[in-house]
Structure formats: C-alpha cells, structure tokens
Design a protein around this ligand. Structure first.
Ligand SMILES: *[C@@H]1O[C@H](CO)[C@@H](O)[C@H](O)[C@H]1NC(C)=O
Ligand SMILES: *[C@@H]1O[C@H](CO)[C@@H](O)[C@H](O)[C@H]1NC(C)=O
Ligand SMILES: *[C@@H]1O[C@H](CO)[C@@H](O)[C@H](O)[C@H]1NC(C)=O
Ligand SMILES: *[C@@H]1O[C@H](CO)[C@@H](O)[C@H](O)[C@H]1NC(C)=O
Ligand SMILES: *[C@@H]1O[C@H](CO)[C@@H](O)[C@H](O)[C@H]1NC(C)=O
Ligand SMILES: *[C@@H]1O[C@H](CO)[C@@H](O)[C@H](O)[C@H]1NC(C)=O
Ligand SMILES: *[C@@H]1O[C@H](CO)[C@@H](O)[C@H](O)[C@H]1NC(C)=O
Length: 680
C-alpha cells in the first residue's frame, strides 16, 4: 500500500516539472561520490552499467548494443554449426539498419526500432546504443551496414523515426558516433579533417534530427577531429552539439574513447564508458582541486538524469533480466516483412523475375544459398540468431512439391555449372561480409563469388544473382546475368523473404541508399589523403561531394545510382506543378500512374547557384502504393529549411535565393519531370 501511494505521489509530482527540473532537483540531493558514480561505467552483465542509488530511487542503468537486435555475443551466422541453436539468446535477429533504410519507409523504420527497443526492455536494458548514423562516405567503410546510407536527408528522416521508436519503450536511444567517424581503418588514431560546411550539411544533419526527436544520449567517437579527440572536442561537443543544436541530454564516450579528465569534462563529455579510468577517482580529484567546477559536474549528472526522466525510466521500475526470453512471434513476422521490403531489384531483363509457373527445376548455387548464409554483420551490432531460414529452405517451402529444387555449394565450379545447365533456372547466392573493427578490403563479393557467377551464367542463360551485402559491391559480371537482387544483411527470415520476392508474393519496392560504383577507382574520397588518410590524417577535401553528389559533379555514370530499384510493374509520370505559399514555401504536385501494383517516388532539388554546389540534393521522398491502373497525385513541400546552406562566414544557416529547379524521379539519375521556380 505504501509503495503504491508513493508511486502515485511521484507521478503527480512529475506532471508539474520538466525532466530537466526534476533532474536538477535530484542532483542537489546527491553526494560527490554519488555524482561521480553516475558519470562513468562499471562492469556488469551489460556492455555498460552505471550503479543504482537506492537511497534516492535512481535505478541501475544498463547499456546494450545495438542495430540488428540485441547483441549479447559475437555473431555466428553459420547455420550448420551448433552455435545458432545452442545459445538461443532469445531475441530476434533483425535485418541490419541499412536494410531497413533501403525500404525508404519511415513507418517501417519506426516499427523496427520500437520492436528492438521492446525486446531490449524485456532484457533489462534501458540505454540502447543506436542509431548509428555516420554517413557512408567511402563504400568500404566497415560499419556502413549499420548506417543510414550516404544521404543526409534520408538519414535525418529515418533517424527521427528510429529514436522515437526506441524511446517509446522507456529506453534511452544513443545516436552515434559523434562525429566524422566514417572509417574503421585506424579508427582510434585517425583525425578526420572536414570543412565546416560539409560538417553541417553532410555529417551533422542526422545527429541534429535525432536531437530534435529528443534523443537522450549522444556517443562521441574514437577518432580525432581536426587533431583533437572527438570525446574532448570543444568545437563539436560544446559549441555545435550542446550550443547550436541545443542538445540537453548527455554525451557518453565510445568504449575506451576518453583520453583525459579535465579537458574532456570541460569540453563537453558527460560520461566515460565503460569504466572510470578518467571519470572515476581522477575526476573526483579534479573537482576537489578545482580543475573541473562543481557546476560542470552537476551539469553532467543533470544531463544523464534528464535523459532517464524524459523517457520514463525514473517513474517505472525496470524488471527484465539478461535471461528473459524476449522472442515474439509478431517480431518474427515483422522481421520477414522488413527483409522482403528491403530487397532491391537491380536488374530484371526479359522479366525473368518473378519465377514463372513453367519453371520446374531450380538450381540453388553458392554457400549463401544454404551452408553459410551471410545474414548479418559483425562487431557490436552482431547478434546470435535464434534461427536462420536459409534460401534453400525458404524456396523449397514456397515452390512446393511440383518444382525440383537442387543445391550446390559452388566450391567446384564445373560441378555447379553442370547442375545449373540441366535446370530451367539458376539462382546464385553470393555475399560480402563486414564488421566493426575493419573496413572491407575491396568491393567484390566474397569467396569465389565472381568466378562462380561467370561459370553459372556461361552454362545457364536464365541466371539470377541474389546478394546479401554489407553495402555497395562491384559486379564485373552484371551484363551476363538476367536478374540481380540485393539485400543488405536481411536477418533470420532471409530464406522466406528471398522466396517472397523471387516468386512475386512481394513486389520489390526497395531502393539503394548508397551508390553502387562500376569499380573502386570511381568512388568518392578515393585519394589516399582522403581515405584512409596518410599518417593518420584523413582530409575530407571532397567537401559536399559525397555519395551521388560526387558522381553527379564528376558526370560519372555509376553501375547503379542512389535511389535505384525496379519493380515487377511499370509507372508513368505526369508533369509537375508548383504553387508558392504565403510563408515562402512551395508546394509541388505531380501525377504517378501505374500499370501494376506498387511504386516509390522521390524528389531531388537542384540548387541554382555556382559550380561548387552539388548538382542535385535530395529534399523529399514519398512512397505510394498503387493498384493496377490507378493514378495518384504526389505532393511535396519545400520549406525554408530545404533551401538553405551553411554560411561559413556568418557561421549559421542562410537562405539561398534565385532560380531553383526541382526534379522528380525514381532514382538520382532516372528523373522524369522537373519544375523551375524563383525564390526571391
Ligand atoms: C560451419 O560450422 C561447422 C561446424 O562448426 C563447420 O564444420 C563448417 O565447416 C562451417 N561451415 C562454414 C561454411 O563455415
Ligand atoms: C510482442 O511484442 C509487442 C511489441 O512489439 C508487444 O506489444 C506484444 O505484447 C508482444 N507479444 C508477446 C506475446 O509478448
Ligand atoms: C576543422 O578545421 C577546418 C579547417 O580549419 C575548419 O574549417 C572547421 O571549422 C573545423 N571543424 C570544426 C568542427 O570546428
Ligand atoms: C536553442 O535554444 C535557444 C534558446 O532556447 C533558441 O533561441 C535557439 O533557437 C535554439 N536553437 C536551435 C537550433 O534549436
Ligand atoms: C532463453 O529463455 C529461456 C526461457 O524461455 C531460458 O530458460 C534461457 O535461459 C534463455 N536463454 C538465454 C541464453 O538467455
Ligand atoms: C595507421 O596507424 C599506424 C599506427 O599509428 C600508422 O603507422 C599508419 O601510418 C597509419 N596508417 C595510415 C594510412 O594513416
Ligand atoms: C501546401 O501543402 C500543405 C501540406 O503539405 C497544405 O497544408 C497547404 O494547404 C498547401 N498549400 C497550397 C497552396 O495548396
């Protein structure tokens, strides 16, 4: 009875004060030692922990990775090994974030993040270590599969939804890694040196969007920025994040990314993870001897508790534990839906897909077809799968008894080609794997994938390639095969999702969130001084020309452009119209008509100004579902925030005036209609 009454009083009390006021009030009652205990991690059953202070009802905070699901052990996607069934970590093995990004569907992103957060809460977690929004600057980047792709607008829209989804579960989301942490190679030593305009226009927007969505924590990164460690960087932390972006939550260090005590504390770091090397006793000493002020220590704790109050952690006890079974059949189904929705149909000559009823013999070729399904990436984003449905299993169960399905692991090219030759159709499964800790060494698919595809395509004209990829891959064989599908790591339901798409139960509607180059020498930041850097200095002197902006500027034709993705149906686009609103914003409409079932549409805005501007920048996208023969008018709005650039002289956003052209299309290169307008 007493406890119930107390809870009631706390709830009543909470309604009249803001989270920040409540945090400030609580901090005024803490001792110095209690404050110090909250600004650094301690080892526990989670990757990061801060202790409970029962005296004042502060719960233990449990931090855990991450994208792809709840990470308790390192990856094991070898579905024939005991590792998979054995440890059952009792969580869903989700598609990676880049996979969900490729759906271009913010609603699906929010459902994904909410479900991951829900499972983490069952597991006793209250601080989720995601989203990971570092821009995919160079396609070999080892963590690109966890990222939101190469475009700041797409990343921002999706980061907002991810944060809202996670935090709807009374869990703090942690947007990471702040900032300019775009490579794994020498990640703990390299200085990322970028101009301030590219920093604001390319690398900050997704972080800023997460801040506006109310994200509780920001994780500063391993790298240096302009030669100063990211976790003790006055410009990026105090001036930009807490100053210009008004971030009121806390900055936590990446694991081992703290390098000083007073400098880090005074320049903006609020919490050291995972231990107290700098923010334990040394910080206490620094406060006592005045190198760090009492006010600053209070601010560090207030920021941490503000984040906990804001999502409700202080008002409801966390009851989950690491051994709770958080599996959920609704989540298994959502995982399948997401994986199918994220399949990008890159090529489909002669409408080879979906597989027709006349096909009676299908050869499944390659390790990824069954023995080693590369359904997830590694590192802190890795997950031990509860199960993995292999493509062979998924295709067999969908095709039914009348279709003969055979499998060859592809280790012997001649044997595999012979099997393909006597089948009606061959599907070659290939992959590229990637992990935190290192970048990919090249953009080719792994093992003997390239040779295997060549051998199968030479033996069987009806060859389909299906790739599970970490990011962009090169396809020296692309002209020799009929159809190509890629999925960024699709998770536990991979085989069912593959069957959903190959047999047409799901009409592909995903689009590339990264450009696929013809070869590595075509990619942005390809100079050694840019990536991986020389003597631990990486110069971002490609500036704004990241991703498709680079290819557009260089007038280079990539293999598959940003936004590319086909459907099993065709669309027609009408002419665009524009009206100016009284507040200076513009509304556009253009009709999309459909010969089939499903569509996506996007908008690209081209700036009017000098040759130094990227030719086109994405400023809106909209996905629409259309029935056969249906037509719909698409609406887009361009507000002030869409037509400004970072003014390096005045150090703020300023409006661009003049003549603009808005392009509307289905990829960054497949533009159907455009509309010019003046902004005065
Ligand atoms: C998968 O694991 C099993 C058992 O550990 C091993 O024998 C097999 O070689 C592995 N397969 C691959 C493709 O790694
Ligand atoms: C499955 O998860 C959802 C949240 O995504 C939750 O609402 C539902 O209660 C869960 N179902 C079970 C059986 O736990
Ligand atoms: C990094 O240095 C460049 C070149 O001096 C400067 O323009 C930029 O503002 C600096 N970045 C930050 C975040 O201060
Ligand atoms: C930050 O807050 C200040 C004062 O509350 C406000 O004037 C400013 O517009 C805010 N800036 C942003 C970027 O939200
Ligand atoms: C999985 O959940 C079951 C209860 O359903 C539990 O007995 C088991 O210990 C859990 N396994 C792990 C590794 O958490
Ligand atoms: C990577 O780091 C090592 C050790 O600091 C250094 O010797 C090497 O030059 C670095 N590589 C690059 C390309 O900067
Ligand atoms: C412009 O679009 C907004 C919604 O995006 C709508 O509220 C407004 O009425 C439209 N303005 C005009 C002039 O059609």
């Amino acid at each position: 009875m007493r406890i119930l009454l107390l809870v009631f009083l706390l709830v009543g009390y909470s309604s009249c004060e803001t989270p920040e006021q409540r945090a400030r009030q609580l901090v005024s009652t803490l001792t110095l030692d209690e404050k110090i205990s909250l600004v650094h991690g301690s080892r526990g059953s989670y990757v990061g922990v801060t202790p409970a202070i029962p005296r004042v009802n502060i719960p233990q905070a449990n931090d855990q990775d991450g994208p792809q699901g709840e990470s308790f052990l390192s990856r094991n996607t070898n579905v024939t090994s005991v590792g998979v069934g054995d440890g059952l970590k009792n969580v869903t093995f989700w598609p990676c974030t880049l996979s969900v990004i490729s759906t271009w569907d913010p609603e699906l992103m929010e459902q994904y993040a909410a479900a991951i957060g829900w499972e983490q809460r069952q597991k006793g977690v209250n601080i989720h270590l995601g989203p990971m929004v570092n821009i995919a600057r160079n396609p070999v980047g080892g963590r690109n599969f966890e990222s939101f792709g190469e475009d700041p607008h797409l990343s921002s829209i999706m980061a907002d939804r991810y944060v809202r989804g996670v935090q709807s579960n009374r869990i703090v989301a942690t947007v990471k890694h702040f900032v300019l942490n775009n490579q794994e190679y020498n990640r703990t030593t390299t200085s990322a040196n970028a101009g301030i305009r590219a920093t604001w226009e390319i690398y900050y927007p997704a972080f800023h969007s997460a801040v506006k969505a109310g994200v509780g924590a920001v994780m500063c990164s391993y790298n240096r920025i302009n030669d100063t460690w990211a976790c003790e960087n006055q410009e990026t932390l105090n001036r930009d994040l807490k100053g210009k972006m008004n971030f009121t939550g806390f900055v936590m260090s990446d694991w081992g990314a703290t390098h000083s005590t007073a400098k880090a504390a005074n320049n903006g770091l609020d919490q050291e993870m995972p231990d107290g090397t700098y923010f334990g006793q040394p910080l206490k000493d620094a406060v006592i001897n005045g190198q760090v002020s009492q006010e600053r220590l209070d601010d560090m704790v207030v920021r941490f508790l503000t984040a906990l109050y804001r999502v409700g952690i202080m008002d409801e006890l966390q009851t989950g534990t690491t051994t709770t079974n958080a599996r959920n059949s609704t989540h298994d189904a959502l995982s399948r839906k997401l994986a199918a929705a994220s399949a990008v149909l890159l090529k489909n000559d002669d409408e080879t897909l979906p597989i027709k009823d006349t096909v009676k013999k299908i050869a499944i070729i390659g390790l990824d077809g069954n023995d080693r399904v590369t359904a997830g990436g590694g590192g802190s984003g890795g997950v031990v799968p509860p199960y993995v449905v292999t493509p062979l299993q998924g295709i067999k169960s969908r095709a039914g008894p009348d279709v003969q399905i055979t499998y060859d692991d592809g280790s012997d090219l001649k044997r595999a080609a012979a099997l393909a030759a006597k089948s009606d159709l061959a599907v070659v499964f290939v992959s590229s794997w990637s992990s935190e800790g290192s970048d990919r060494q090249n953009l080719n698919v792994q093992s003997n994938g390239d040779q295997l595809i060549e051998a199968i395509a030479a033996a069987q004209p009806e060859t389909i390639v299906h790739g599970f990829v970490a990011g962009a891959v090169v396809m020296p064989w692309h002209s020799k095969v009929k159809s190509i599908v890629v999925q960024f790591f699709p998770g536990q339901e991979v085989g069912n999702a593959v069957a959903d798409v190959l047999f047409g139960d799901v009409n592909p509607s995903a689009r590339l969130p990264v450009t696929f180059p013809i070869s590595y020498d075509q990619v942005p930041a390809e100079k050694k001084t840019q990536y991986p850097g020389v003597d631990n200095e990486a110069n971002y002197d490609e500036g704004l020309f990241v991703g498709y902006r680079w290819y557009d500027q260089k007038k280079q034709k990539p293999l598959y452009p940003f936004g590319h993705g086909l459907s099993y149906t065709r669309f027609k686009y009408g002419e665009a119209e524009v009206v100016e609103n009284s507040d200076g914003s513009f509304n556009f409409t253009f009709p999309v008509a459909n010969a089939g079932k499903r569509s996506g549409a996007e908008m690209y805005l081209s700036y009017p100004t000098s040759a130094l501007e990227p030719p086109r920048v994405l400023r809106g996208f909209e996905k629409v579902q259309l029935e056969a023969g249906q037509m719909q008018k698409m609406n887009f709005r361009l507000g002030e925030e869409d037509m400004q650039i970072w003014n390096v002289v005045e150090d703020r956003w300023t409006a661009v005036k003049g003549r603009f052209t808005a392009h509307f299309g289905s990829s960054s290169r497949n533009l159907h209609t455009k509309k010019a307008f003046n902004r005065n």
